[in-house]
Structures are given as structure tokens and as C-alpha cells.
Write a protein that binds this ligand. Structure first.
Ligand code: PLP
Ligand code: COI
Length: 341
């Protein structure tokens, strides 16, 4: 398979249309058999549930080329399960797990020419999503839905790649207690748009959101969970019912424990303790692990000892081990890697 002529090393995290996408429609209480299509546009009612009441959910995962030249994906079963949870929370039909994985595999196979080569620094981002497609005017769920998967080659989520970023403590909330922060619904991201534009205008890379109830605890950013390293090399990550349960974070906790022999803690993290940590990173599919060098709390700076030049040493070990597993350089735990070809 001849690869597309793309400057893989210099692409950012942006959308680039690829050849094929997967579509399945839900009507009269059932999903149709689904198909790969070429049309990248969608025609729906002006009154579709997604357009009026934001009934849409999504997932994000990546296809990697390994050292041996295989194309693999990382724990797609967990993305399938999370999409099921998201669907139930906003009254959408569940797209079955086996069909989800099959649709992801088919879409990647159909766009193989866009899977970046090993060592290029880029990956193929895969975006499964689902939305209410039939008209609703009273506030209620749609009767019809569309599930789709597209792919797009991407580079690092933050411009500098592995360079530490600076974030600010946001005055806006991302999610409410007992709300929808724990699912991957488009509405959570709409909530964060004004906050991220504001942060960028002020010269910051991202926001740290605090818990909306008390504004004393660390939640997450707009698109990644937090990981902290204590001065005695323990990994700490916030526990909260209103953050997205990151698959990367869950994997990194296992990597820290089983591969690096580190102690890990998932617990409430008070903002007041953040100044005492040695390292801070953002983890997610898009972010991988992006080191945070500095947090600005209304003009007061928290500067991590790891500094602004490089990732901290423990963050680096976590990063190298996780990406080593994803790229086939390090043996993966049972069931983590699905080989596509
Ligand atoms: N938190 C938010 C709000 C996200 O959008 C994402 C991205 O999916 C994550 C965390 C990281 O989750 P994952 O590691 O499953 O990609
Ligand atoms: C991902 O990491 O896959 C996400 O969905 C985050 C998004 C903000 C790009």
C-alpha cells in the first residue's frame, strides 16, 4: 500500500479529509448493517435532535504503525464501552461493542494510505460518533440516529509536542456535579469553548477546571485528565464523578504500577496541594502525556520543579513506556493491542 504524500512530521492536530468513512443508521428501533462510503457530507433535517438539543456523543482513538510495520489500535473495547455509557446517559440507542470495533477496523483499513509511518511522530486519529438525526421540537430524544467513523492523520495536540505547557485555573466550570462531565458528549465541549478561547487570548495553552460544587478540587482540562507526581515519585490522579474516565489515564496507572513499580493513587486532589507536586501532565488520546510546566492561578504562578524545558523524569518514563507499548517496542498487557494488519 502506497502511503499518501504527506509531510507527516509537520502536521498538527487538525482535520484532513481521508477517503472513506463508515455509516450506520438507526431507524424503527434497529441499526442497519452499515457501510463504508465516500461522501464526507451529511444531509439531515433542519430540526434534527443534534442541531436543536445537541444530542451527540463521540469517541477518539488512534491507529499506530508499529516498529515491525503492523497497524494497530489501542484498547478499542474501552472506547466502545464508553460510547455505550455516553449513549445511555443522553437517551440514545447503544451501538453494540463488537460492531463498534468492527466499524473502526474497517474505516482504518479503508484509509490505510493515511496511517502515518512508524517513527514519523504522527498517528491516524479515529473519530467514532453518533447523533440524533430525526426532527424533534419538544425537548425529547430523537427517534432516528446515525453512527459514523472517520479518520484523520494528526500530529501533536499541543504545538510544542513534548515541550511543557502553561495552563490557567479557569473561572468557568466545565461540568456540574451529577451532570454529564463523565461522558463524552459534544455539549461538554461546547461548554468549554468560551473558556478555551479566553485562555488562548490570555496566552495560556489550556484550562485547569476545578469542581463546580466547591471550587477547591482539581477536575481536568477541556480534553485531558491530570496526572501528578509527588516528590517521592508517587502517581496521583484526581477522582471525581464529573470528569471523563480517560482510557489513557487508566492505562498509565497500570503502566506506573506494573511496569515502573510506582505507587499510584486515584483520589480527590485539592487545588491547594498542587503546589507541592514535583511533576504535572495531561493525559489523553490526543494529548498522550503533555507535560505542564506552569499553572497560573489568577496571577499567582505554580512552577513545577521539572521546569519549562523538558518533561519531568517520571512523566518521561510513563510517556516512553506507554508509547513503547503502542508502537510495539514494549510488550503490551494481554488484550491492549488489536492488530489490524
Ligand atoms: N478528558 C476529556 C474531557 C477528554 O475529551 C479526553 C479525550 O478523550 C480525555 C479526558 C482523555 O480520554 P482518553 O484517554 O480516553 O482519550
Ligand atoms: C481525545 O483525546 O481523543 C479527545 O477526544 C480530546 C479532544 C479534545 C481532541
Amino acid at each position: 500500500m502506497e502511503k499518501k504524500n504527506i509531510d507527516w512530521a509537520n502536521i498538527g492536530f487538525s482535520y484532513q479529509q481521508t477517503d472513506k468513512r463508515y455509516v450506520s443508521n438507526y431507524k424503527n428501533g434497529a441499526w442497519d448493517e452499515g457501510a463504508l462510503i465516500e461522501d464526507d457530507t451529511i444531509t439531515i433535517s433542519e430540526c434534527a435532535g443534534v442541531l436543536q438539543y445537541a444530542q451527540t456523543i463521540f469517541e477518539g482513538l488512534k491507529a499506530y504503525t508499529t516498529e515491525k510495520g503492523q497497524i494497530v489500535i489501542f484498547r478499542p473495547d474501552l472506547n466502545a464501552e464508553r460510547l455505550e455509557d455516553s449513549a445511555r446517559r443522553i437517551e440514545m440507542p447503544v451501538f453494540p461493542k463488537e460492531r463498534f470495533v468492527d466499524a473502526v477496523v474497517k474505516t482504518i483499513e479503508a484509509n490505510e494510505a493515511y496511517v502515518p509511518p512508524y517513527g514519523s511522530g504522527a498517528t491516524l486519529y479515529v473519530r467514532p460518533y453518533m447523533f440524533g438525526s430525526s426532527p424533534v421540537i419538544g425537548v425529547k430524544p430523537a427517534d432516528e440516529y446515525q453512527f459514523r467513523v472517520f479518520t484523520t492523520p494528526v500530529g501533536p495536540y499541543f504545538k510544542g509536542g513534548a515541550k511543557p505547557i502553561t495552563i490557567k485555573v479557569s473561572d468557568f466550570d466545565r461540568a456540574a456535579p451529577h451532570g454529564t462531565g463523565h461522558i463524552k458528549a459534544g455539549l461538554n465541549y461546547a461548554m468549554s469553548l468560551h473558556a478555551i478561547v479566553t485562555a488562548h487570548e490570555e496566552g495560556f495553552d489550556e484550562n485547569m477546571y476545578l469542581d463546580a460544587g466547591t471550587r477547591t478540587k482539581v477536575e481536568e482540562t477541556g480534553g485531558a485528565n491530570f496526572l501528578f507526581v509527588t516528590k517521592d515519585n508517587k502517581i496521583v490522579t484526581p477522582k471525581s464523578g464529573s470528569i471523563l474516565p480517560s482510557i489513557t489515564r487508566r492505562s498509565l496507572m497500570t503502566v506506573a504500577k506494573d511496569y515502573l513499580g510506582l505507587e499510584v493513587e486515584e483520589r480527590e486532589v485539592l487545588f491547594d496541594e498542587v503546589k507541592d507536586f514535583a511533576e504535572c501532565g495531561l493525559c489523553g488520546t490526543a494529548a498522550v502525556i503533555s507535560p505542564v510546566g506552569k499553572i497560573n492561578d489568577h496571577g499567582k504562578e505554580i512552577c513545577f520543579p521539572s521546569g519549562m524545558d523538558e518533561m519531568g523524569p517520571i512523566t518521561k518514563k510513563l510517556y516512553d513506556t506507554l508509547t513503547g507499548i503502542q508502537m510495539g517496542r514494549i510488550e503490551a498487557p494481554e488484550g491492549w493491542i488489536k492488530v489490524i494488519k
